[in-house]
Design a protein around this ligand. Structure first.
Ligand SMILES: [Zn+2]
Length: 73
């Protein structure tokens, strides 16, 4: 499964993308990327707790089946 999280608050849209088997794995990979992004682009949000960042990610991420589960015989 492909997980993408796009942030476009105050800058050109930037998409973080990871491959993961489930939400937990995706979060493990996205969290450090998101925190890095916050530190780089949103210094005012860089002090958010992990929990807050997770909530932000879960509020906006998109999940995409890598291939085949829909409509393929
Ligand atoms: Zn951003």
């Amino acid at each position: 499964m492909k997980y993408t999280f796009q942030c476009s608050q105050g800058h050109d849209p930037e998409t973080m993308e990871v491959e993961a088997m489930n939400d937990d794995e995706a979060m493990e990979k996205l969290l450090p990327m998101a925190k890095e992004h916050l530190a780089a682009k949103h210094s005012e949000m860089a002090s958010m707790s992990d929990e807050d960042v997770k909530n932000m990610i879960m509020g906006g991420w998109k999940k995409e089946e890598a291939s085949g589960e829909t409509g393929v015989m």
